[in-house]
Design a protein around this ligand. Structure first.
Ligand code: UDP
Ligand code: MG
Length: 311
């Protein structure tokens, strides 16, 4: 045994068979030699040969660990599993598609050595990233920041380093709707950020479909604040005020003019409008209620079908 400090690298993988080998090589190339390390690959219910690829890597290198889920539990839960099982003095999480360049890892470690307990990264998009992705991610952070009470920075990625102390605390988080980008800034500790440029996906396609992103964004907001519930108060007041003014106008027409033809159009429009607002607000309340229902069951965040890590 050596007395080097140990770095855990946490890599969630979902259908990444094509790029995994290259990823692993690149990662090893940038892990500083003067540290002990372990790499934990989390197979998040891949339907391709990702798990076979991971096992092949692990056969060859005993410092490579794996956790294979019983089905797809999503990126954030895969990250949680990695954090739960990491045994290093710090843990670095990054994507398996080389969009989080392993070349930045030495910089993260340097910050950690300076005494920072959480090193976040901010992504600056590469020219070639699709316009749709650029717009959707810009919108995501803007809405997030407006609607939640969390100080999340534009472009904050799930590429970060956390100290052992932070890992210990992260294990206590039992919530089902995980949103690390919100939890991490909330945690405090000595934090800093490092910038990086996202490269193009090395192989395979994005696993964040529009639906998944929408789900993720809703969780990001509703898991962190009840501000959206407040929208109903504001909207309700504005509509009440407008109705009052319109009521005055209707009374005026009725008593002081002779054009009092019952305005069917305006009636139907206001009925539909108020009905729509009602449904919207019920939807928001339902979203929170549903989350309460799920959280209340205290189900585990993930189920493991196979691993080579001793509990
Ligand atoms: N991922 C996962 N489970 C999922 C979706 C994604 O473990 O359900 C992993 C994926 O393999 C990758 C990382 O999360 O390592 C980020 O996914 P992706 O690169 O598809 O997202 P994008 O970079 O397009 O936002
Ligand atoms: Mg990616």
């Amino acid at each position: 045994m050596n007395s080097f400090r140990k770095i855990s690298v946490v890599v969630p993988c979902f259908n990444e068979e094509e790029g995994l080998k290259t990823f692993n090589e690149t990662l090893l190339q940038f892990l500083p030699r003067n540290y002990d390390y372990e790499i934990i690959y989390i197979n998040d219910g891949s339907s391709d040969n990702t798990f076979q690829e991971i096992k092949a890597l692990a056969d060859y290198n005993p410092q490579i660990k794996y956790i294979s889920f019983s089905r797809n539990f999503g990126h954030q839960n895969a990250l949680k599993a990695g954090y739960d099982y990491a045994s290093g003095d710090c843990a670095i999480s990054l994507d398996a598609d080389l969009q989080h360049p392993p070349a930045v890892i030495p910089e993260l470690i340097a910050k950690w050595e300076q005494g920072f307990e959480i090193v976040n990264t901010i992504r600056h998009d590469h020219q070639s990233i699709s316009l749709a992705k650029k717009i959707s991610s810009g919108l995501f952070y803007r809405i997030m920041k407006k609607l939640s009470d969390v100080n999340i920075e534009n472009g904050m990625a799930d590429f970060r380093l956390v100290d052992k102390k932070v890992l210990k605390e992260l294990k206590r988080f039992q919530e089902n709707y995980l949103f690390f980008r919100g939890i991490i800034p909330w945690m405090g500790f000595k934090q800093t950020t490092v910038d990086f440029t996202a490269s193009e996906r090395f192989a395979g396609t994005t696993k964040y479909t529009f639906r998944k992103m929408l789900k993720f964004a809703t969780t990001g907001v509703t898991a962190f604040s009840v501000k959206p519930l407040r929208i109903s108060i504001y909207l309700g007041s504005v509509i009440a005020l407008l109705s009052f003014i319109y009521g005055l106008y209707a009374i005026y027409i009725h008593f002081f003019t002779n054009q009092a033809v019952a305005g069917w159009t305006s009636v139907i429009i206001s009925v539909l409008f108020v009905g729509g607002i009602n449904l919207l607000m019920l939807g928001i309340i339902g979203e929170y209620l549903g989350k309460l229902f799920i959280e209340n069951k205290r189900r585990p965040n993930y189920l493991i079908s196979e691993t080579n890590i001793d509990a």
